[in-house]
Design a protein around this ligand. Structure first.
Ligand code: FE2
Length: 300
């Protein structure tokens, strides 16, 4: 017989702060923040928008480097464009995911699409940073670009609970994205009064970030509202319920991953294990060893 399932409860609530990022776009950021530097193995969670931009207003993150971790971009609304030092470029639309393993290093730009910058429009999405273990910090960069049509979705029989499975498995549906360490990344939508129990293996640290409405986590009904991150305690499953009194569905990201038991040396876009490796990364970047973006039409 299997072991008895144990439900995870909320150990801590962290309220996201607002922060300017890149060239000045506003994000809601539960971490890193003062007193909560990371949600091991996740290094950062940014909710971009939702924001309505006028013509000429939308800005992004022009050329910048990364080394030693992964950046995962998931859009709900709007359009993003990216290009990088390996000559890779593409666009992201609603529901699309880009899972970029920076590994040894890339220089890239992440901007709202030219059309959105020119004409204005609505932008809403997420970027998370996933740490890499020492053995993979300098692996060759890898991209997994998955259009919305290929992100597995599932729902309960009554259709009141829906999930997009970016990483891990939910409601019998397995993600198509491969992760370096075990990761769960799921976008859940819960109708008011609906409920679901999702297994989350005991060895994973688990977090719930609510971005719309409110949600009850665990049988004790701890309420988590939009803009709050719940740090969950130990257990083998998490119970999620849409707040019964709510008018709108509760929407949340369920994040879980195997914590890395390694030192973290962090400096802006570089996340390594030692200060020496950080100095090396800065030096490599300055010498152009992380590459530069070549633009045929650019004038730099
Ligand atoms: Fe980036």
């Amino acid at each position: 017989m299997g072991k008895t399932a144990t439900e995870r409860t909320v150990e801590r609530l962290v309220t996201a702060h607002r922060q300017r990022e890149g060239a000045g776009f506003v994000v809601r950021r539960p971490f890193p923040t003062y007193g909560f530097e990371m949600a091991n193995p996740f290094l950062l969670l940014d909710e971009m928008g939702p924001a309505d931009y006028g013509p000429g207003e939308a800005v992004g993150a022009p050329d910048h480097p990364h080394r030693g971790f992964e950046t995962v971009t998931y859009l709900l609304e709007g359009e993003f464009e990216h290009e990088d030092s390996a000559g890779h470029r593409g666009a992201l639309g609603p529901g699309d995911v880009q899972w970029m393993t920076a590994g040894d290093g890339v220089v890239h730009s992440e901007m709202p699409s030219a059309r959105l910058r020119a004409e204005g429009g609505r932008l809403h999405g997420f970027q998370i940073w996933v740490n890499l273990p020492a053995r993979a910090k300098r692996m060759p960069p890898r991209y997994q670009e998955v259009p919305a049509s290929r992100i597995p979705a599932a729902s309960t029989e009554d259709g009141r609970v829906q999930v997009r499975v970016i990483a891990g498995e939910a409601l019998g549906t397995r993600a198509v994205i491969e992760t370096v360490i075990p990761i769960i990344y799921q976008d859940w939508k819960l109708s008011p009064g609906s409920e679901v129990v999702q297994p989350v293996a005991a060895e994973l640290a688990a977090y719930v970030y609510v971005y719309q409405g409110s949600v009850q986590v665990s049988a004790d009904g701890r309420k988590v509202s939009a803009g709050q991150l719940a740090v969950l305690g130990p257990g083998t499953e998490v119970r999620l319920a849409g707040a019964a009194e709510s008018k709108e569905p509760g929407r949340l990201l369920l994040l879980a991953g195997k914590p890395l038991d390694e030192p973290v040396a962090r400096y802006g876009p570089f996340v390594m294990n030692t200060e020496q490796e950080i100095s090396e990364a800065i030096d490599d970047y300055r010498r152009g060893r992380l590459g530069v973006i070549s633009r045929a039409s650019a004038s730099h």
